[in-house]
Every structure is written in C-alpha cells, then in structure tokens.
Design a protein around this ligand. Structure first.
Ligand SMILES: [Ca+2]
Ligand SMILES: [Ca+2]
Ligand SMILES: [Ca+2]
Ligand SMILES: [Zn+2]
Ligand SMILES: [Zn+2]
Length: 526
C-alpha cells in the first residue's frame, strides 16, 4: 500500500514537470516581462534566439548560469510561487549588477498611512494586523519612513485579500503561482490604487509555519513595491520575485535596505548600510535640494539640508561635503542661494539673514539682515532665488509668490509680488533654482527638477526628471536620454516674464544656438 502511494506521487510529479514545456515557458517569460516590447507587439511567433535571450535574462535574474537553455532547473523555478509584478522594470532593466531595483517613483512624504480593508479566513484578524504592522516595521526601521494605521477611509497603503478578477486588470490565478501584487507610488488622489497591496485569497496564509504561504514574507515583499522598489536580481533579497518558502525570522537583506535607503535615506541614528556594489549604492542618491548657485570661479553647488554637492556639466564632481566644510561660516538648512555675475558674488539666505561670498570666502560683515540689505521689499524665509537665463534679472521666490529685484535701483520692481504660476509648468512651490554653467535655468522641487525653455517661456519637454540625475547615480547615468530638442527655426525670440517678445540679432542667435547645442551635447543627461 505504501509503495503504491509513493508510486502515484512520483508519477504525478513527473507529469507535472513534463507538462511545463516551451509554451509554458513562453507564457511565463512574456507575463513577467522577459521579452523586448517589440517582440510582444508584433504578435508573431518569437524566434528561437529571442527565447534563448529571455531564458538567459531569467537565469541572470535568478542567479543561475546564463546558458539560455530551458533546463529542468529553469522549469522548476518558473513553477515556483512568486509575486505578480513583472521583472526587469525600472532600474532593473538597465542594471547588470546583482542588486536591488528602483522603480522611477517614490512617495514625496515619509509619514504614510495603512489600512486593512478585509482579512483572510486563514488567520485571526488580530494576527493579520500584527503581521502587517511587523512587515511595515522592517521598512520603517531601515529608512526615514513611518507608518500609521487608520481605521476607516482612505490610506496610502490599502491592503486586501481577494481572488481571481478583482477589478484592477490583474486577475489572480487560483492556488499557487502568483501570490500577491502591489502598486508603486505615488498619487495625491484619494483612494488611489498607488501603494495598495492585494493578496491572492486562493493561497492558504500561515504564520511561523512551513505549511502554506507565509503572510509576513509576502507582505514585506509587496510593501517594498508599495514604497517604490522593483524586483531585485539578488535571489537572497526579500525583493527577489520568487517565493522560496518559509524562512524563520525572515528579515530585510542588505540589498533591500540599500534599496529603501536609496529612496528615502536611512533612519536617523541608524548607520547607513553600504550596498553590495560599494559607495554608489548608498543613500547619497537621494536628492531633495533646497538651494543651488554658481560661484565666480569655484564651481557650481547644489545643497540639501546638510551637504554641498559640487556639480559640473557632467554631474557630481566629488563626494558631497558638509556645507560649512566648503563655505566656512554658513549654517545648515539654507533657504536659498544665487550667483550674480556683475558683482561676482554668491549670496546665501536663511530665515531673516543673508551671507555674501566671494567664491568660497565669506565677505566681512556677514550675515546681514535681508530687510536692510535688499531694500525692504524682500520677505524673510525665502524658498529660492535665481537669475533667470532669459533676461538676466534676479527673482526671489517665497511660497507661490515671486519678486523681481533690480540691482540698479537696489529695490524690488513695481508690480511685484506676482504669482509663481506665471512660470508655465514649474508648479506652486520652488525648493531651489539656479542658472547653471550652460546658461540654462533649472528649478528643483520635491526630488524632481525642471529645465526652463526660455524661448517658449515654459518648462522644457521631457521634464520633470529625478534630481538624482545630478548625482551620477549609477542607474541614472545608464539611462541614456536623447538630446533635448533645440529650436531649429532660424528666428529665436526672447520672452520676458511679462510675456512680451523681442527678437535678438542674428549673430548672437547663432552664437547662442551653437552654445546650446554644445551644452546639450555635454549634458545629454541633465
Ligand atoms: Ca493607495
Ligand atoms: Ca495564486
Ligand atoms: Ca530653498
Ligand atoms: Zn514583487
Ligand atoms: Zn490586484
């Protein structure tokens, strides 16, 4: 009797492996994004080459030898339970290193809310809540994020157990295979699906058990997506797509921690974790800039709350340094900065004070009061100051208002403040802004930046972009962007901030055009 049962078991198992052939592999590889998109759109039978390439990519993703052959090992892995999100998205698509992947989105706040919309019959509701909270705590312990449960209404991360077709275009598939899926950030809309996580109710969820599917491990993984992480090609990472069974006391791996810190920075007081790929994988690839300015001869700097980043036309020049190590006497948490070519000075603003520097040397007698030094019309607690490349005038920004300052009369021009919305496309607030070495003006807000198209008086096409581009983060540099389109009609017009137009003489147009093309060539990724 025992022998018979063993035989039946062995036979069904063989049948199960044999039933997973080339067609099943093709379905798997297209479902989880292993083919070039043009392979998919043609609808033709894929060539053997593209199948081999896809298998090779799958093997790389899972730490196997990259033979391109549909081995039993590959077939076995493809039949393992996994996350429903595709592989090879975000930075994964261009990243050959064995490490985490970032989607190109993140939350622009760190205090997130969550709510369990329903529960599963597999576990007590109180256990489910405890498991969800524990899963989130792993991410908040590793980063600056915090999570708060809400009892009703909307939450950033809504979670539910559901099965088959459940209204989001990604039906679940019954027991096994896909276990869960989640949605990347971010949205200001109420009840947005962004950040939400869905668990396939067809699975049997367990806690602290080798039986069933471990809810904690699946939840930690899905919340990684809710926060902006893609699938890691490090098979040990929580963010690896395949679920390899219960691991007692599972924790985030270094790769997962490096990923979340690249998006949100380390939990203050906890040392940052070095990524497996060295310093470039660190949290320095977070770029919430608060001020930016050129200096006369000492280069261009962008600032976050604590550090100064020296940048040139190719991006970050050297490791960021504490602000006062470079600009002796300057405080942290600057409000704004700008460089004025005619005086050769760089000005820094914080609260009610400002500092004037000649290159890296503070002039005598600073800080001084903004009210005294700028003719009385400029408010304290500025957000940004910049000299616009379109007309060489100086603009002070606070909240949704801006003031134009006239160095000749040492006062604010009449008719100001005006609404920031005059500047088409830059939004309703401005963390930092500057005219860069390429004579173009850049605006920074919430980890994104926009280049202004001075001729059309609006934000240039293809913006906003992530501010991390300025930091030469490895994955940002690898995304080669085609050069910005330059206006190629012979007549280039100038637009003032009042909207009136005037033409420039042909020679300077040519010179400017040549300069633009030159800078665009150098700065194809800024
Ligand atoms: Ca949501
Ligand atoms: Ca399933
Ligand atoms: Ca600022
Ligand atoms: Zn996943
Ligand atoms: Zn769903």
């Amino acid at each position: 009797m025992e022998v018979k049962i063993a035989l039946v078991y062995a036979m069904t198992c063989i049948a199960c492996v044999q039933s997973f052939g080339t067609n099943e592999a093709l379905n798997y590889l297209s479902q989880f994004n292993y083919f070039e998109s043009n392979d998919l759109s043609t609808g033709h039978l894929r060539s053997q080459d593209s199948l081999n390439d896809a298998i090779r990519l799958f093997q790389r993703m899972n730490g196997l030898n990259e033979t391109g052959i549909l081995t039993a090992e590959v077939q076995d892995l493809m039949q393992m339970p996994r996350c429903g999100l595709p592989d090879n998205t975000g930075t994964q698509a261009i990243n050959r290193a064995r490490r985490y992947a970032l989607s190109d989105v993140k939350w622009f706040k760190t205090d997130l809310t969550w709510r369990l919309e329903n529960t599963t019959p597999d576990l007590r509701r109180s256990s489910v809540r405890e498991i969800i909270a524990r899963a989130l705590k792993h991410w908040s312990d590793a980063s600056q994020l915090t999570f708060r449960e809400v009892q009703s209404g909307d939450a950033d991360l809504l979670m539910k157990f559901t099965s088959r077709d459940h209204g989001d275009g990604n039906p679940f598939d019954g027991s096994g295979k896909v276990l869960a899926h989640a949605f990347f950030p971010t949205s200001e809309r109420r009840y947005s699906i962004a950040g939400d996580a869905h668990f396939d109710e067809a699975e049997t969820y367990t806690d602290n058990s080798y039986a069933g599917t471990n809810l904690f491990q699946v939840a930690v993984h899905e919340f990684g997506h809710s926060l902006g992480l893609g699938h890691s090609n490090n098979p040990d990472a929580i963010m690896a797509a395949i679920y390899r069974g219960y691991v007692p006391n599972a924790e985030l791996r270094e790769d997962d921690i490096a990923g979340i810190q690249a998006l949100y920075g380390a939990n203050s007081g906890v040392p940052e974790v070095e990524g497996t790929e060295g310093p470039k994988a660190r949290g320095s690839c977070v770029a919430n800039f608060v001020a930016a300015a050129q200096t006369h001869t000492a280069g261009s700097y962008i600032f976050n709350d604590t550090h100064a980043f020296l940048v040139d036309l190719f991006g970050l020049v050297s490791e960021p340094k504490p602000i006062s190590n470079i600009f002796r006497g300057l405080p942290t948490n600057l409000d704004a900065a700008f460089y004025y070519e005619k005086t050769g000075k760089t000005y820094f603003f914080k609260g009610s004070n400002y500092w004037r520097f000649a290159d890296l040397q503070m002039d005598r007698g600073y800080p001084r009061s903004i009210r005294v030094g700028w003719g009385g019309g400029i408010p304290d607690d500025l957000d940004s100051v910049f000299v616009w490349s379109g007309n060489g005038m100086t603009y002070f920004v606070k909240g949704s208002n801006y003031w134009r300052y006239n160095f000749l009369s040492s006062s604010v021009d009449p008719g100001y403040p005006k609404s920031l919305s005059v500047w088409n496309g830059i939004g309703t607030k401005l963390d930092a802004a500057f005219q860069f070495e390429n004579k173009l003006t850049y605006f920074f807000t919430d980890g994104e930046y926009r280049r202004f198209d001075d001729n059309n008086f609006q934000v240039a096409a293809d913006y906003p972009r992530r501010s991390t581009r300025w930091l030469k983060c490895e994955e940002e540099m690898a995304m080669v962007v085609s050069p910005d389109p330059t206006p190629d009609d012979g007549m280039m017009t100038m637009v003032t901030d009042d909207g009136s137009r005037g033409s420039k003489d042909a020679l300077s147009v040519l010179a400017l055009h040549a300069c633009l093309i030159f800078s665009v060539m150098q700065l194809h990724n800024i």
